[in-house]
Design a protein around this ligand. Structure first.
Ligand code: NAP
Length: 285
């Protein structure tokens, strides 16, 4: 029988690009995509039985409650999906001997290091979202041998509501856009990330890998680049502090991920974030 890969969270922003990339790069593998309509990962018994019924060789979990401020206000829901949901997926995968791949986040770090984070730097999440994703990582490590954990950050892609879309939408409505200038990270294009995840799977990689587009910026720099590359005129970005924005969830002030391990072990490195952004914007209608 042809080997099967199951992607859970396949209708999300990353999930859609990932299913496409897996089908393109791993042609001898059958790719199945399920989202919450097919499997609700908060339900333990049903999730385990459903995964076992497919008998996949690899299960990739990109399903999550990704609204960072929503998680802060709904802690139980955040842990039910991001942590317990991952546990149920790992149990289902374990039941059929499948490898587990989990997508995690830079928000497991507190930002105090002020230098790019290595895979084995101690995590210290500031938010409920970060804590729930870290618990998901811990379940993977406890329950799934040979698992692959990919930590990434600041995602945007054509299938999701993201920062790029939000800046362009606001630029149609206002002349001045207030954007946070005291958080640093690397905007990462879901197409580039999906390619690397597919190739890591092809190489049977395991352990933790940091994967993000190279170079870094603040959200304010990022917004300015979006406006310039999109040819928007008469609209300007105004730098503000995180304190001024006052959102429910605290974010790390510096969460750049060091991707040297990826380069060292696979030879892969992602292009600079502004090149990927240019590509994304020129492909967007
Ligand atoms: N976005 C980022 O900047 C970012 C950064 C770092 C890491 N990540 C990680 O990357 C992964 C993908 O993120 P994304 O931005 O593509 O997320 P997304 O667009 O929010 O997609 C997540 C998908 O999971 C589904 N889902 C939610 N609850 C579920 C449940 N109980 N059972 C099954 N499916 C459920 C969602 O369905 P509904 O939409 O119907 O709820 C959605 O289709 C996540 O693990 C996230 O933590 C994201």
């Amino acid at each position: 029988m042809m080997k099967r890969i199951l992607v859970i969270g396949s209708k999300g922003m990353l999930g859609r690009d990932l299913v496409e990339a897996l089908r393109f790069f791993l042609r001898d593998i059958e790719v199945f995509g399920w989202d919450v309509d097919e499997i609700d990962i908060t339900e333990e018994n049903k999730s385990v039985a459903k995964i076992e019924s497919l008998q996949p060789g690899i299960v990739i979990n990109v399903a999550a409650y990704t609204d960072v401020d929503g998680c802060e206000l709904h802690e139980e829901k955040a842990f039910a999906i991001n942590a317990e949901g991952m546990r149920h997926v790992a149990l289902g995968a374990g039941g059929c001997g499948a490898k587990v791949v989990y997508l995690s986040t830079d928000y497991i770090f507190d930002g105090k290091k002020e230098k790019p984070y290595l895979e084995d730097d101690p995590p210290h999440p500031l938010s409920v979202y970060g804590r729930s994703k870290l618990k998901g990582e811990e379940y993977v490590q406890e329950l799934a041998k040979d698992a692959l954990v990919v930590r990434t950050q600041w995602l945007y892609g054509k299938y999701g509501n993201n920062f790029v879309a939000s800046i362009l939408r606001q630029a149609r409505e206002k002349e001045v856009l207030s954007v946070v200038d005291d958080q640093i990270g690397s905007p990462t294009y879901t197409v580039d990330l999906s390619k690397v995840v597919s190739l890591l799977i092809q190489r049977e990689a395991r352990g933790i890998f940091h994967v993000a587009n190279s170079n870094f910026c603040t959200w304010y720099d990022y917004a300015q680049r979006i406006l310039t590359l999109s040819g928007v005129r008469g609209v300007r970005a105004l730098p503000i502090s995180s304190k001024e924005l006052s959102r429910p969830a605290p974010r790390p002030s510096y969460s750049v991920l060091d991707t040297q391990k990826l380069k060292r072990e696979t030879g892969m490195t992602l292009r600079p974030w502004f090149e990927a952004l240019k590509d994304y914007l020129s492909a967007s209608p």
